[in-house]
Design a protein around this ligand. Structure first.
Ligand SMILES: *[C@@H]1O[C@H](CO)[C@@H](O)[C@H](O)[C@H]1NC(C)=O
Ligand SMILES: *[C@@H]1O[C@H](CO)[C@@H](O)[C@H](O)[C@H]1NC(C)=O
Ligand SMILES: *[C@@H]1O[C@H](CO)[C@@H](O)[C@H](O)[C@H]1NC(C)=O
Length: 408
């Protein structure tokens, strides 16, 4: 029996230990809802492996494994609980001028909800179109969520319409991405602009409508972004505001549990919303950035570097998905499911992205995000010069060596 303890056996054991140990460490550090089943599966794999090693007959092992799988799938399936009725439920959606808000307002209205849709511009195309195409149940409200007076006015208007009824749903959709680019090249106004709308604006509207939501034991649904959980290159300002929002929303979820208010987050993949496909807008932002950057910074990074970032972002935005239905469907589920989920991945690849972020080493997950998002080819100018200098230096040294050789 000593042939068990050969070199390959020890190598195998070491690799297994490193792999399982690393995965367990990562799982325990993350706060994923899928962590408990994953730990269970890892445990099962180790157990099966041990049983196999102790020479249990292979047939018996297969039978045991099969039984376990049957048991597991039987416990998981079962008829899904029926959705709650939409009729008579009032829902407030922010940011309905375009994008997810526009699509969600239309869909919820068609399902029979009493929709309150806030827009920035009551006379804009989006608002006029909602008024024209939706039922008379839909109410448009002009609200800039960064203006407390406008939020309070909307609260008064909605209270007057609802009478004694509470508010079933708040869909926190309004959000902005002011600009993008390396954090060092991002203006403070970009960081503050994102924070002002995505965090403080959402905070203000949520706090204001909470009494009505508690009254109805309703739902809060917030559109966040994977950029709030993962370090996407060039999205530090937007991502930081969404990260702050996520923490606020997750804390709220625990605090509102006793009140019967359920809180969900929607995590969309990349969609063609807001200004993302407006080239005029990004061109303006780009020019403004070039004018505002200090000459020293522009010298270090190079104008071509800033230009490449803009081009890459625009080409990424132009490939984004124009069909918002995965996001709208997730919002409907979060509103009407008897057991709404804590978070919904809306769009292809988001689950995989979170899996890689949660379970792979940083070197892999960071490279994955860079490949996925803006694939920069240019280095900052100062680094290019440096490596050119090093190259020249080494060529020079080589020449010297050759000369020395000649003289030897
Ligand atoms: C609103 O959504 C509809 C489709 O649901 C679309 O045709 C329309 O262009 C959108 N409006 C705006 C302003 O985005
Ligand atoms: C695109 O951006 C420009 C500049 O900010 C703005 O004037 C214009 O209204 C935008 N277009 C659309 C369709 O939003
Ligand atoms: C910006 O980059 C694009 C593509 O990389 C290039 O065609 C264009 O000439 C550049 N513009 C400037 C001002 O450098």
């Amino acid at each position: 029996m000593m042939d068990h303890y050969t070199l390959p056996y020890w190598i195998y054991l070491a690799v297994l230990t490193v792999f399982v140990g690393g995965a367990m460490k990562k799982i325990l550090a993350s706060h994923l809802s899928s962590a408990p089943p994953l730990v269970a599966w890892l445990g099962a794999i180790v157990l099966v492996e041990r049983l196999w090693a102790s020479c249990l007959p292979a047939v018996l092992l297969l039978v045991l494994l099969g039984l376990a799988c049957c048991f597991y799938s039987a416990a998981r399936t079962g008829p899904p609980p029926a959705a709650l009725p939409a009729h008579g439920k009032a829902v407030l959606i922010t940011g309905c001028d375009s994008g997810f808000g526009n699509a969600t307002a239309k869909h919820l209205d068609a399902l029979g909800f009493e929709v309150f849709a806030t827009v920035l511009d009551l006379l804009g195309d989006g608002a006029r179109e909602l008024q024209r195409t939706c039922s008379p149940r839909l109410t448009l409200l002009q609200v800039d969520i960064t203006q407390p007076q406008q939020v309070q006015q909307a609260l008064l208007d909605i209270k007057a319409k609802l009478g004694l009824k509470g508010l079933w749903g708040l869909v926190n959709n309004a959000g902005v991405c002011v600009n993008f680019g390396d954090a060092e090249l991002s203006l403070m106004s970009n960081f503050r602009g994102c924070m002002e709308v995505n965090f403080f604006g959402t905070l203000s509207i949520t706090k204001s409508f909470l009494p009505l939501l508690r009254q109805a034991k309703g739902r809060i649904i917030t559109i966040s972004s994977p950029a709030g959980d993962q370090p996407f290159p060039c999205l530090a300002a937007y991502g930081a505001s969404k990260a702050a929002l996520n923490l606020f929303i997750n804390t709220l979820r625990h605090e509102l549990e006793p009140w019967g208010v359920r809180v969900s987050t929607i995590l969309p993949s990349s969609y063609r919303t807001g200004q993302s496909s407006n080239n005029t807008y990004w061109e303006q932002q780009h020019q403004q950035l070039l004018q505002s950057l200090s000459p020293a910074l522009l010298e270090d990074y190079g104008e071509d570097y800033v230009n490449e970032t803009k081009e890459l972002f625009q080409s990424h935005a132009s490939q984004a998905n124009p069909d918002f239905s995965p996001v709208v469907n997730a919002i409907v589920q979060a509103l009407l499911s008897p057991q709404p989920r804590v978070r919904y991945f809306a769009g292809p690849g988001i689950g995989l992205m979170y899996f890689i972020h949660s379970y792979c080493p940083f070197s892999i997950s960071n490279r994955f995000l860079q490949k996925l998002f803006v694939k920069k080819k240019l280095m900052p100018l100062a680094l290019r010069r440096q490596s050119g200098f090093n190259l020249n230096l080494s060529l020079h040294n080589n020449n010297n060596n050759e000369e020395k050789l000649k003289y030897l």
